[in-house]
Design a protein around this ligand. Structure first.
Ligand code: C2E
Ligand code: CA
Ligand code: CA
Length: 589
């Protein structure tokens, strides 16, 4: 028993009573120690740190995990001001405020702050106790670790603003920033130039290297584009393989020309992937500026997109700058596309047939089916105008099916009524041919109409080879195996090399009208046409000359041994009844 403690019994110095009181105190002391132990345990388990002030007694105590949260050793936990030093500079004043004596309204306050050394995020939460005249007597502060929550939050906001694959601005954030730049440019009377960059044939590259390497390639491109960021330039990713850059007040070295130059130079070198693959890319680029192209950021972006469409119509890998003529064409095409959609729904199409004749015998070889569109005002719109638009919008698939089924239905009638067994040529667009089930569907239609594949000729142009030469060749071979004929249309307008013809699985070659037009008037054309015909005959292919308009052309073609002719001279494209009459007449001749 400590010497300083003395007990005085009311009734005198009764030693028993004294012992009893000592025991009682001991028990109470043990209980208190136990409670403090439990309390400490809870504090430790909570992982939090707590500070307590009693302003009346000028007493401060810091308990709990200061070591883990602040990195503060126990020896320093004597003064609130020492705590403040652990926070990052910019939070120190606020933390001091949280800990300070003066009361806060309502007595409670909260603060998020970051620790200098560890970059841990803490939340401090204080509660002040007031006395009856309203001044603070005590204060309790609890600190806890919110780092994980904070990181998750940061990640979410990162994902909301940035593209996770490349680290470039994402679409929404780019548009938001661009709109601000345009607003500022308007106030300051300067320009904002925008370039949209589209990697050419990315889908094909992605298909051939696989998704994972495809992503890696995009990351490389993204990293390069990220390096184009300057004080005045922002770069974002818009879609899988579409990127955008905007330059505020282009001047000095920050100009679109310089930017495009840098990109062009980069693209002369390959992107090297982790498996050592070297990939060369080209990009199609559209450029438009505020205020020339439009008055808002979003509009300028749309204009760059229009430029890309236009650029892709020409050669890939090109750059197109926005101008009024481009816009006029776009608007006209857009209107036509809208009407075309309506026409598909209302089936405003007709199928005409243009006869083809054997030059030697003068007999009907067959015909080519050519689509006609008569709009609601009764005007004919040329397929040369609407087919390319239907190819872009995908409407060609529906139109193409209609052409095939209508042509085969008619053929079946001619067959039944007149025993017709000539050749029916049907034009097929690359988009149709690329469809996986194209041949199956075609064969289905033929089975339904009981038309023999040997009487059907599929006309394709060289453009079908652009994207995927080998697949298309396989398809052509497979069509031939089913007995179908394959014809190469418009020969002379594409790459038209005679040497590659011998490797193509085709039956017929159609010599383009542009040759026939000058075959009489231009000696060189005459000679070329003659050599094409003789070479093609030697390859065992049939020839058809297209667009024969006068007798002299026909005589010339006969002389050089061209097999067949098709043209206004012997018959324009005509409705089905008229063609039926031709069949009937041919049978009698
Ligand atoms: P194409 O396949 O080269 O068709 C021949 C075009 O030349 C037809 O134009 C025909 O009317 C025209 N033509 C024939 N002989 C003469 C002639 O002696 N003089 C002149 N000036 N022209 C002649 P059309 O019908 O306007 O078709 C244009 C193009 O539209 C076709 O060129 C073809 O590429 C496409 N097309 C037409 N129908 C279809 C179709 O059903 N499907 C697809 N995918 N394309 C089609
Ligand atoms: Ca044709
Ligand atoms: Ca043609």
């Amino acid at each position: 028993m400590p010497e300083s403690v003395t007990f005085r019994d009311k009734g005198g110095n009764d030693p028993d009573a004294l012992y009893y009181q000592v025991d009682l105190l001991k028990t109470l002391n043990e209980k208190l120690t136990d409670s403090i132990g439990v309390f400490d345990q809870f504090i430790n388990m909570s992982g939090n740190a707590y500070a307590y002030y009693n302003f009346k007694n000028d007493y401060f105590e810091a308990v709990g995990n200061f070591e883990a949260l602040f990195g503060m050793p126990a020896s320093r936990r004597t003064d609130a001001e020492l705590l403040v030093e652990y926070a990052m500079e910019e939070y120190r004043d606020a933390l001091r405020e949280l800990l300070k004596v003066e009361d806060q309204p309502g007595g409670e306050a909260k603060l998020e702050f970051c620790i200098e050394e560890s970059h841990k995020w803490l939340e401090g939460h204080s509660l002040a106790i007031f006395d009856t005249d309203g001044s603070v007597v005590e204060k309790y502060v609890c600190f806890h670790d919110i780092t994980r929550f904070k990181l998750q939050h940061d990640e979410l906001s990162y994902l909301a603003y940035y593209d996770d694959l490349t680290g470039l601005l994402n679409r929404n954030f780019f548009i938001q920033k661009l709109n601000l730049l345009v607003q500022k440019a308007q106030e300051e009377n300067v320009k904002v130039s925008v370039a949209m960059l589209d990697i050419d044939s990315f889908k094909r590259i992605n298909d051939s290297i696989g998704l994972i390497l495809g992503d890696e390639l995009l990351q490389h491109v993204g990293q390069f584009l990220l390096s184009l960021n300057t004080e005045n330039t922002i770069v974002g990713r818009f879609g899988t393989d579409v990127f955008v850059a905007a330059i505020y007040n282009p001047s000095g070295s920050d100009t679109i020309e310089n930017l495009l130059d840098t990109i062009r130079r980069r693209l002369t070198k390959p992107f090297i992937l982790s498996n050592k693959d070297e990939i060369y890319l080209t990009m199609t680029i559209g450029v438009a500026s505020f205020p020339e192209a439009s008055g808002s950021g979003f509009d300028v972006l749309q204009k760059t997109e229009i430029c890309i469409y236009a650029a892709k119509d020409g050669n890939k890998g090109g750059v197109k700058y926005y101008d009024n003529e481009l816009m006029r064409q776009f608007v006209a095409n857009f209107a036509l596309e809208k009407r075309l959609q309506d026409a598909i729904v209302a089936s405003h199409f007709m199928l005409y047939y243009q006869p083809q004749y054997n030059v030697r015998t003068g007999k009907l070889r067959g015909c080519e089916a050519l689509i006609r569109w008569r709009d609601e005002d009764g005007r004919f719109i040329s397929p040369a105008d609407f087919i390319p638009i239907a190819e872009k919008s995908g409407g060609i698939i529906t139109i193409g099916k209609w052409v095939i089924s209508t042509a085969l239905q008619n053929y079946q009638i001619w067959q039944r009524l007149y025993g017709f067994d000539g050749i029916l040529s049907i034009n097929i667009s690359a988009i149709q041919l690329k469809k996986d089930n194209f041949i199956d569907e075609l064969l289905d239609y033929m089975r339904r109409e009981q038309v023999n594949p040997e009487n059907i000729e599929i006309e394709i142009t060289e453009s079908v080879f652009i994207d995927n030469f080998h697949d298309i060749i396989e398809k052509m071979k497979s069509m031939q195996q089913f007995g179908l004929r394959v014809s190469l249309d418009d020969f002379g307008t594409g790459f038209s090399s005679l040497s590659y013809l011998k490797n193509l699985p085709i039956n017929t070659l159609k010599i383009d009208k542009s040759f026939i037009d000058t075959v009489i008037t231009d000696d060189a054309t005459g000679i070329i046409t003659e050599s094409i015909v003789s070479m093609v005959r030697r390859l065992g292919l049939e020839t058809i000359a297209e667009g024969v308009e006068d007798e002299r052309q026909m005589e010339f073609l006969k002389k050089i041994d061209c097999d067949n002719i098709q043209g206004f001279l012997l018959g324009k494209p005509m409705p089905e009844e008229e063609f039926e009459a031709l069949i009937a007449a041919d049978r009698q001749s």
